[in-house]
Design a binder for this molecule. Sequence first.
Ligand SMILES: *Cc1c(COP(=O)(O)O)cnc(C)c1O
Length: 380
Amino acid sequence: MHETQRNVPFFPYPALFQSEEEQLTEIFQRVGRSGAFIMQQDLVELESNLAAFVGAEHCVGVGNATDGLWMGLRAAGIGAGDEVIFCSHTMVATAAAIHFAGATPVPVECGPDHLISPEAVAAAVTPQTAAIMPTQLNGRTADMDALSAIADRHGLVIVEDAAQALGSRYKGQAAGTFGAAGAISFYPAKTLGCLGDGGCVFTNDDQVAEKLRLYRDHGRAANGEVVEWCLNSRLDNLQAAILNYRLGSYDEAIARRREIAQRYSERLASISEITLPPCPTDSGDHFDIFQNYEIEVEKRDALQDHLKANGVGTLLPWGGKGVHEFRDLGFTCKLPYTERLFRRMLMLPMNTFVANEDVDYICDSIHRFFVAEMGSAEAA
Ligand SMILES: *Cc1c(COP(=O)(O)O)cnc(C)c1O
């Protein structure tokens, strides 16, 4: 018997405002009435709260994570003539940040957990390699012991694309704090989202922090003297106030995401045709925050159509292509493992607005898909 159809969007953007309309309106009024829009107290407080949250020396608010990444690279001394290794299963922003820092992006394969493969990194190191930029994808932190060992061996800098990983940990250490710098995104659909664009960069290096503060504000030093060419990428004070408010319940938001992941794991475990992400309670050194819930399945497109017909929104990661497959950007390499993954990956709804009943409904729909598949295979 089929239960009544539910409607589960991949991400319900209006809910980001509607679920907290009263509190957000109060913030608009307070900030608006005080005229505190740029580089004000809410930003200072957010930076200090975020640094404490991850255990970093410094947090610098920026306009978005993409800017944070290129400024992090530049602050760490990466530029023209340098190669930077990154994983092709990431947003184009990772590679763009490397490009705009003046360096050459070198894409490599990911491993079975969909994060950068340390073996692939080791194999891609050349005399020009200056840095590794691992993406802490889907809210999971890469094997930082292995990556740090490679970086130490070759004298490389690490700058983390931790856009999706605020609060994710590896062996107890937070994403964004392993290298010279690490950037977080506050894009609305990220685990800590604001109502527009926003980002921050973490660093434990005083000099890197000082440079980041220059870079985000026209190269101006605290005394107003302009000491370097730079652009404008500040985090709005209004967005900072919203983020500060949301940070107050962020631990609960992560706990809820992990609950949803656990529920997906349990209800989909019996389907042998699906490869699931690592289960939250069975992740060893990793504390995952589940920015996304990314499964692998051979009949991916048919399953996506089936879920759509059942009212469930899903998404192909990055529209269905690894960064190295954007040939117009000049990439020519082949990455067979990653290319195969991109024919198989599908992201299921994963956000704090997803109810247990939604997860059950989605999983039941998926089960029905495979029952029907088996029926038609037997009939053939
Ligand atoms: C969202 C995202 C970015 C870009 O973040 P913005 O704040 O939108 O610039 C970069 N890398 C990854 C992996 C992301 O998910």
